[in-house]
Design a protein around this ligand. Structure first.
Ligand code: HAM
Length: 418
């Protein structure tokens, strides 16, 4: 049998894996500057959590979950997203009992059984950010601002933030009644998914990629909000204006998870196309109580890490070029390999990136490897002396054996090549 990674999954190798680290550390720093703290939760949860949290009629729960029974017959699901897990954690740990705003971020793989294509995988990564404990529109604005800061910190200038308000359960259910009635007359012209959704999840007909052009004549949800949701939406827009954040209202933006209410948003770039978001999020004021916790409003977003990498890389492939670092040590004389080995470990213990050769290869091919792997120095050990080469400048200097300590001090950053 030929072994291959399962369809829709990928191996991430250097230099991409190094690029991931660069991106992740930037995201982490930015989230922490905004006061968010890291949480880690399990990769799988009880299936019921996602059914209840995300909604029985959503595509995720209906068609996309990786669900299995463990040896004791319990139904478990690989997490398709993080918000439901975070909400479960919040209730389970009793954080809902404390007043105040709790702000968390997380990073990890998510699993959805979708048709793989560019930017869409069955195992993909989320960098998620969630704030719980306040229904203030300022918090919605803070999260949208974090989205903007995040993409701009990667020099992505060409992007669009879509926003919408889907109201509360009351104004939304009245709108859905109205929408359902109007759609009934024309639904025969819509795609198969829309014909199914019109009864199970009517709002999703609005964001159908195939049929959204048909929706121009339909009433707009944000024009049908109750006074309190309408005021909340106005305040979000006012806050965005205060921070000079550009947005575009998108009446078709309803999101595919049932926990949302009021503000929803997505960020798109031309690199991926208008219908492929880099990130998506919104407010979810009933999720915590729906999972048995004390009523606690929440708002958050998740950034598709794989997609962000794709955009950052296509926008600026040079971001992977990190400065040369460390030293590669070798000797053409097998009798000196012990010394090579000892010096390598000595330098590592002094905190320097150091590598030596474990194969009997020519010096020339080893220098090539060191150069390709971005080492700054190449140290060759001979019987009576050693030669240190700077791989950036090509400069070479010979040191006597007695000068070994001087070379080690120089390499570990505490001296220069004089
Ligand atoms: P979501 O829109 O389902 O939201 O996912 C967020 C982002 O994950 C998307 O914008 C996209 O970039 C990325 N994504 C989704 N599916 C895939 C896939 N199959 N392959 C690659 N990337 C993908 C949520 O999951 C919500 N939990 C977001 C949230 C957090 N709302 C409030 N807090």
């Amino acid at each position: 049998m030929e072994y291959r990674a399962p369809r829709g999954t990928r191996d991430i190798l250097p230099p991409e894996s190094e690029g991931w680290d660069i991106i992740l550390s930037k995201l982490t720093v930015r989230a922490e500057e905004y006061g968010y703290k890291k949480v880690i939760f399990p990769t799988f949860e009880h299936t019921e959590l996602f059914k209840r949290g995300i909604g029985e009629d959503t595509d995720i729960v209906q068609k996309e979950m990786y669900t299995f029974q463990d040896r004791k017959g319990r139904w478990l699901t690989l997490r398709p997203e993080g918000t439901a897990s975070l909400a479960r954690l919040f209730v389970e740990k009793g954080i809902d009992k404390f007043n105040g705003v709790s702000k968390y971020y997380y990073f990890g793989s998510m699993f959805r059984y979708e048709r793989p294509q560019s930017g869409r995988y069955r195992e993909f990564y989320h960098f998620g950010v969630e704030a719980l404990g306040s229904d203030s529109p300022y918090l919605d604005v803070e999260l949208i601002s974090l989205c903007k800061d995040t993409v701009e910190s990667f020099a992505i200038k060409d992007y669009l933030i879509y926003i919408n308000s889907i109201g509360c359960s009351e104004c939304r259910s009245q709108y859905i009644l109205k929408l359902g009635g109007l759609l009934k007359q024309v639904i025969a012209y819509y795609c198969e998914d829309c014909r199914r959704r019109v009864t199970t999840n009517t709002l999703r007909v609005l964001d159908c990629k195939i049929d959204k052009h048909r929706n121009a004549e339909l009433p707009i949800l944000s024009d049908n909000l109750c006074p309190s949701c309408s005021q909340h939406y106005d305040e979000v827009k006012k806050g965005l204006q205060t921070l000079n954040i550009n947005w575009q209202e998108n009446p078709n933006l309803v999101r595919g998870l049932d926990y949302y209410n009021r503000t929803v948003f997505e960020l798109v770039t031309p690199y991926l196309g208008e219908s492929t978001s880099i990130l998506g999020g919104g407010r979810y004021d009933q999720l915590i109580s729906c999972l048995g916790g004390k009523e606690t409003p929440g708002v958050g977003f998740a950034l598709g890490f794989d997609r962000l990498y794709q955009v950052v890389y296509s926008n600026n492939p040079d971001f992977l070029n990190s400065p040369r670092k460390g030293v590669y040590i070798s000797s053409p004389e097998t009798g000196l390999w012990d010394k090579v080995f000892r010096i390598t470990f000595d330098l590592r213990n002094r905190g320097l990136k150091a590598e030596c050769n474990y194969q009997n290869r020519s010096l020339k091919s080893q220098v090539k490897t060191a150069d390709k792997d971005n080492y700054e120095f190449f140290l060759t050990i001979f019987q009576k002396d050693m030669v240190l080469k700077n791989l950036t400048t090509g400069e070479e200097k010979v040191y006597e054996n007695e000068e070994e300590e001087k070379v080690l001090v120089l390499l570990s950053g505490k001296g220069d090549m004089s």
